[in-house]
Design a protein around this ligand. Sequence first.
Ligand SMILES: *Cc1c(COP(=O)(O)O)cnc(C)c1O
Length: 416
Amino acid sequence: MNIETKCLHSGYSPKNTEPRVVPIYQSTTYVYDSAEDIAAVFDDPTKSLIYSRFANPTVMAVEAKIADLECGTAAMCTSSGQAASLLSVLNICSAGDSFISTSQIYGGTYNLFSYTLPRMGIECIFVDANASEEELHKAFKPNTKLVFGETLANASLAVMDIEKFAKAAHEHNVPLIVDNTFPTPALCRPIEHGADIVVHSTSKYMDGHAVQVGGVIVDSGEFNWNKGDFPGLTQPDGSYHGIVYTETYGKLAYILKARMQLMRDFGVYSAAHSAFMLNLGLETLALRMERHSQNALALAKYLQTSDRIEKVVYPGLEGDKYYDLAKKYLPGGASGVIAATVKGGRDGAMEFMNGLKLTSKEVHVADIRTCILHPASTTHRQLSDEGLKAGGIEPGMVRISVGLESIEDLIEDFNG
Ligand SMILES: *Cc1c(COP(=O)(O)O)cnc(C)c1O
């Protein structure tokens, strides 16, 4: 099936007289006919449900849909995008291990990787998203367990060369994890380019309506854990009656370990109601991403002609640093986020924002409604102009998340 059809039909096929729409199973718990039936579930939890901290039918329907959208084998929803990134790494790395990440990643992920995981004994080695193959190979250490990056980086809008990173990771027998939040599977499916695991903040375009915070981890099922050094997957798990995930679950090993071990212990599962809201968003995902991309390209082109704007960054624009990579990895559109530098630095940017009426000023991206944020006075407020520039952010830069309004109305709003 094509993506538009999967968005509507994957993950849930009701039988005779069952509800047309996946229902909200607002229940923490499940009943069994006998004591033996309960005992059997603990031997093989894939056969039935135990408790809604591990799995819930509403959430499972959405997990199956997202796995299908990403062309993966299995998925697990989490309570936030941050939880998805955290568990995706912890499912492989323990204290004493290291991993590689591009430095062009979401600020929250950057904090997790550069401060919190190191406190737990897991070291992150940062490389530039534009690193050459040789530089990439140099970053590997004997204890390196995975490589991480973002398809389309929030907020720098760098496009990752997924095939290059996948090749390097596989030469060192480690998996590539890609955060695909900004493109969504409607615009890019990293697994088709060699990525092994995909994570998302579903709070962004997947939901699209800004009504739930959530995340998801999708596994391709294709990575061979026995080839590298991954004892957590290939050796008995003492906390789970000595199970060896790769032997018992094959292609489902990674997701079932994440579910039965990490979700059991960390408890960051999605609520059924959130999954229901997310599913409503997913139904229109392909349609929305097409329009977000069209509107963003049109607005970016308009802003290039505006005498109030110094510079426009959007990978779908000809001449953009990432235009060629965007053509390869995002042929259907470069998603809805634009970075524009307003003339007049900090003050110019704030004045520009205050002149907007339709566009809302808020700390969010990927909403169906157009919104704008000025990093220098908000998310990066503590930095001096010099500090900002070192991080690749101009004092006058605004980040515009282009929504689904009429492009004529949007251009009029930005015309002042
Ligand atoms: C927002 C975001 C996250 C974090 O997701 P939350 O749902 O806010 O926890 C991770 N990665 C990217 C690329 C994001 O944009």
